[in-house]
Design a protein around this ligand. Sequence first.
Ligand code: IVH
Length: 670
Amino acid sequence: MSTRHLPLKQAKQRIQKLREDIKYHEKKYYVDNDPQISDSEFDMLAKELEALEKQFPELITPESPTQRVGEQPISGFASVEHSAPMLSLDNCYSIEELKDFEERLKKIIPKEKIKYVAELKIDGLGISVIYREGNFVQAVTRGDGFRGDDVTFNVKTIRSFPLTIRETHEIEVRGEVFLPFQSFHKINQERSKKGDPLFANPRNAAAGSLRLLDPKEVASRHLDVFLYSILTDGKEQKKQWQSLRKLKELGFKINPHSKLCSSLEEVVSFWEERSEKRDSLDYDVDGVVVKVDSTRQQNILGSTAKFPRWSISFKFPARQATTQIKDIKIQVGRTGALTPVAILESVQLSGITISRSTLHNEDEIKRKDIRTGDHVLIERSGDVIPKVVSVMKERRTGKETPYVFPTKCPVCGSSVFKPEGEAISRCENPSCPAKLKESLLHFASRRAMNIEGLGEALVDQLLGKKLVRTIPDLYSLMLEDLEKLERMGPKSSQNLLDEIEGSKARDLSRLVFALGIRYVGERTAQALAARFKDMMILSKASLEELIDVEDVGLKVAESVVFFFKQPENIELMNKLKDAGLIFSHKETTKPAELPLAGQTFVLTGKLSELTREEAAEIIENLGGVVTFSVSRKTTYIVVGESPGTKLEKAQRLGIPILGEKEFSKLVGRD
Ligand code: IVH
């Protein structure tokens, strides 16, 4: 249907119809898992609605499906008090403990028959959402149970939440926001490509996603939700089972695997069945939540300060497996820390092949009496890195060898030092090649000096051929040195030299981070650079001056002072300075002197040579500003492949459009 010249009245009707259709299909797709039309048919409906709303902006309402994802980044999260505390649940791990739970109930309500609702315990984040006059108005995280963060704009992007419901009373629904495994793996794959740290598990990824400031980014994470409770100021549901039904009737997504049980035995068999099928789901569940069905009984039972007495979570066993330790090896890190690692006979553990496990430190090995050749129980408890839970001593044959922790560094042979009261042993040699290797890799890493191409294989060669003995040696490498190395042709050698040269101009904050001072992470490095503005001043800062910096505590301050006291580090500073590295903070260059000062850029679509973050960084380094949405103040819009609606808006406003090539030219990249 052409909607170009509809009169207002007809447009209104058409908009109404489109919204209803979209809502219907969103529910079918996201809630009921039963799509009725193809994705492209759905997109056509969405596009038509968008176009009509563009023509008649006065008809846009916050509940329109086009408004799920806000264009503008948000500035932060307000703290909001919950109408009633969001309690957590007491845990139990065995049938005996579950029976104890029932005994406690029977003491308070003797002679009454108790029915239970058994639900899956979703491993996500508790959320509370309020609907007023049928409209989604506010979403708040569980927080500390009493107050949480207002994450309305982020939760609105979850498509299985209805934006409108047929219910005029104000209602509050509660449930669990989670990230399906599929989305989790995708996010981590992308992060790994970008060199960003990986999320340890879907729960952390979901928590990180809810805290993003750009709802568009949140929408791309594909969070989902299951609701399990409904609080109404009209009438209370009499049973938990009815609440679930009511939630479903209203169009909310509830978990399909729950059961009304007339006895504890039924609860136990539900738990056994679900425990077996746990890995068949696309989301993480860590147990079964057992709830007294009757609201009247719940009210009599009441709550302690932390938990309701009428509910308990019956946990599934942690994900464990047994395997054998083939060897124990030592890894020497950047700080010289010696970490023992168990090399395992490969095993599958909830879908992942495990062949190594950290043993943390010497004390841990002693405490658990871990020996080479031992059969061990390993566990992944939510996290990706498995740990050794215990040794199966009954399987010992006598051939196992106790582990003797080295007193010499396995890489350089220097003595190993373990300070009193500390668990970690460290190599004493400041120029231990293992330390140097890790230091170089850290120095060159993306978030530090960002020297592309300087990876592990190359660092090994540079160290092996003694071309590099300290970090500053990187800056005196010659083309002929590099060309001699394996897999380095003239072109890649020149590229690397260019990268190294380019790194000299990195901002002070990156350099401070790159030095690898203990406890100085990226944020602390930024704070230090912003405060001291020059490496030489920072290197002479006193403990008092350092503590004065926001976010810097005694531990960090002492570590910084210690670092700059070491003669080899003073020498390192001098050499880096001589090599021509910029020792001053970017802010000291007046913004007006930078070529893009006063210019505002919007990026849309996929660029082929750069990620958006890289493009944004280039613009910002040259004094420009990057914003998310096009306005009359936008100087340029930079357009990549498959640009979004921003391009249309820019065209309408007559904003100059730059392709990738033109952009590269403008910023002097070609
Ligand atoms: S009921 C007062 N039901 O687990 C009742 N909670 O460890 C408390 N959770 O804070 C909530 N699945 O975030 C309930 N089916 C389920 C749940 C569930 C996951 C979370 C919830 C709660 C935490 C307690």
